[in-house]
Design a protein around this ligand. Sequence first.
Ligand code: RVK
Ligand code: MG
Ligand code: MG
Length: 321
Amino acid sequence: MADRPQMVDRILGLLAGTAVGDGLGAPFEGRSSVPATALDRWISSSRTLHHTDDTAMAMVLAEHLARSGGIDQAVLASDFAVAWYQEPLRGYGGGAARVLAAIADGADWRQAAVSVFEGGSWGNGAAMRVAPVAVVSTSVPEAAELGRRSAEITHTHAHGRHGAALQSAAAHLALHSDPDHPLDTDAFLVDLTDVVPSASWQEKLAGISALLGREASTEEAAGALGNDIGALGSVPLAVFAFLRHAEAPEAAIRCAVRCGGDTDTIAAMTGALSGARHGYAGLPASWTFRLEAGPRLHRITAQLTQDRSAGDLTRRRPREE
Ligand code: RVK
Ligand code: MG
Ligand code: MG
């Protein structure tokens, strides 16, 4: 079990991993694949890693959790809408921007969430921002439940909600995994199976396991799991990239970007998981020092941890959960 300083570093790692993946992946968003040479050139530059909607919304969610300790959906909807209103050019999804504009305009968030797409959005926008709920969750089911509640504000479609639940549960497992021993990737996937009671999601989890078993390439993994803007077509790939390089955050985030497609979002989700397992200290300093959001991420980590004892930070219910 991590002691308090380690857990604080891992919470900062979860947030910084999100921002690093987002910033490193953003220039390649939409490319079918990303050559190693192009990624190397971008990685070796010293340019600021600007963040997009992924990190912007994750920070808003984290600040909300720090203030309230849980999720007040009406307040969180307003928090998201204010952030969109202040910075609408962070690359928000088209439907999400319209939902947030409606909330900013005074619409009830429950109506706004289904006003753009019938049945709500199946985009990955709820999953991309959800990792901070792992910090305030004491079990995998609680992380999944909080993930779903945070999703409903903009993503009421089952896939949008399941994606958030899977990513938040994975973040919880990563945050409480033991980085001094190799991660048991099979057990990690088994722990996720109850989180998504849906055949299409179960198939993806089985697909991750098969791809890990044959040490699949980024091309094969992206082809099998998807690398698109939908939750079902991106969250499993992010989990794959994390598990493929479970002991090497740099390699995991590189792998996520090289998968192509929705690169900022897939790498942000992988980065959250790798950062949660290995901490801020486990992320390359040559990446974290470039973060536009760096000072705010440190402030949020302090807010999330200041009133909580070591026990609160490290407690996790046993596996019968
Ligand atoms: C630009 C039909 C639907 C749908 C439904 C499609 C940022 C739409 C981030 C929609 C992430 C898009 C990403 C994204 C996050 C979703 N019927 N089409 N029921 N549900 N779509 O707008 O926050 O990059 O084409 O809800 O999930 O970096 O515009 O946004 O990559 O998926 O956007 O869904 O997107 P939205 P989001
Ligand atoms: Mg984005
Ligand atoms: Mg994206």
